[in-house]
Design a protein around this ligand. Structure first.
Ligand SMILES: [Ca+2]
Ligand SMILES: [Ca+2]
Length: 368
């Protein structure tokens, strides 16, 4: 095990130096509410095969769940002495594949050596038929070969390859020629870029909201407006008026009341904090649900966590953007997250947005 760590570390001295510009994602959030683009994971729910077989079902690699402390949500390989391969079937050939990510785990908490060792690079290939693959390049991560000051828990090492132009493919292969002996993986993501329509406006500004649980341990008390004031918060370590805090969560629901059923809702975005030194972790998977009456909700979809949290800063405001396949109507919009990782951790939220587009192709009388 010692040998593999040294080899990986030496390799990464070179890789880190040359790859600085490539790490804008996933390690930095745009941290800017005027940015309208985001990512959609088209691998969600995709069929997965892995070689060799790991500790549990491959399905968990595309279930959208990738929280650090979800130990039961990792596939583990131990004593690996052969290449490791993960193939995802997107179900159809797409022409908008832009970013490829593998959520490996790094766990140096074991006494006898790494429980899960760092993987510096993962080769990414695509194919339209599952037989002939085109290599796109290597997904890579920051250097996590040594435990750092922030290593309180299992951490994600996100190998990321983001292209400058989208490519076509149905099958995506993630391949590690010489993996370390002990490896863990929680998720693979294949991302396309999405954008809030230019003509859409955020109609959540100024609207009342309710949180469940009430949250707030006193350090960042809610004032009833901070989550819909149209503003992101400042640095989580110093800003006590921009954030609302929630402590010891299993799940967090925040529901906005738009005041009346609104039509042509085209985008939903929520912003949470990352501030690991204070145990404020990026929330896990987020969901958006809508309702006309406030009691029966329809889930529109899920947004996996796409950012890591180990740097403190660079980012504070972490976005979760969902664009439904079709515009929807609703009075109540509920943002659901799985909260933070354990009852000693905390989650901060600062803004929720509901974008209404211009009606298209539906005359007003058809809406009633
Ligand atoms: Ca997963
Ligand atoms: Ca705000």
């Amino acid at each position: 095990m010692k040998f593999s760590i040294v080899a990986v570390s030496l390799c990464m001295v070179v890789c880190t130096a040359m790859a600085q510009d490539e790490f804008l994602f996933p390690y930095e959030s745009p941290d800017d509410i005027t940015v309208r683009t985001g990512w959609e994971d088209v691998a969600l729910g995709g069929y997965v095969e892995v070689w060799p077989v790991g500790s549990q079902s491959e399905d968990i690699l595309t279930d959208g769940l990738n929280r650090e402390n979800e130990g039961e949500r990792f596939i583990a390989w131990q004593g690996l002495a052969e290449p490791l391969e993960i193939v995802v079937d997107l179900g159809q050939t797409r022409d908008d594949l832009l970013s490829f990510r593998v959520f490996w785990a790094v766990d140096y908490t074991g006494q006898g050596g790494p429980v899960a060792d760092w993987i510096a690079e993962t080769q990414v290939s695509v194919s339209t038929n599952g037989t002939n693959y085109t290599v796109l390049g290597n997904a890579s991560s920051e250097d996590m070969s040594e435990p750092g000051a922030n290593d309180y828990t299992i951490r994600h090492s996100i190998n990321d390859l983001t292209l400058t132009q989208p490519v076509s493919g149905r099958y995506v292969r993630f391949y590690v020629e010489s993996p370390p002996g002990n490896v863990m993986c929680s998720e693979v993501a294949v991302l396309r870029e999405i954008a809030i329509p230019a003509d859409a406006t955020n109609i959540a500004v100024g609207k009342p909201y309710m949180t469940d649980p009430p949250g707030n341990d006193g350090s960042r008390p809610d004032d009833g407006i901070r989550l819909t004031d149209g503003q992101l918060a400042a640095d989580a370590s110093t800003d006590v008026t921009g954030w609302m805090n929630f402590t010891g969560l299993d799940a967090l629901n925040i529901t906005i009341d738009l005041g009346a059923v609104e039509h042509d809702l085209v985008a939903f975005r929520s912003w949470y904090a990352a501030w690991e030194m204070a145990f404020v972790f990026v929330v896990g998977t987020a969901y958006v649900e809508v309702s006309d009456n406030g009691t029966e909700f329809t889930r529109l979809g899920m947004v996996p966590k796409l950012y890591d949290h180990d740097d403190d800063p660079p980012f504070s405001n972490v976005p979760y953007l969902l664009i439904p396949e079709q515009p929807v109507s609703a009075r109540y919009v509920r943002f659901v997250t799985m909260g933070s990782d354990s009852n000693t951790f905390t989650t901060f939220a600062c803004e929720l947005e509901v974008y209404q587009g211009v009606p298209t192709g539906v005359s007003s009388w058809e809406l009633f």
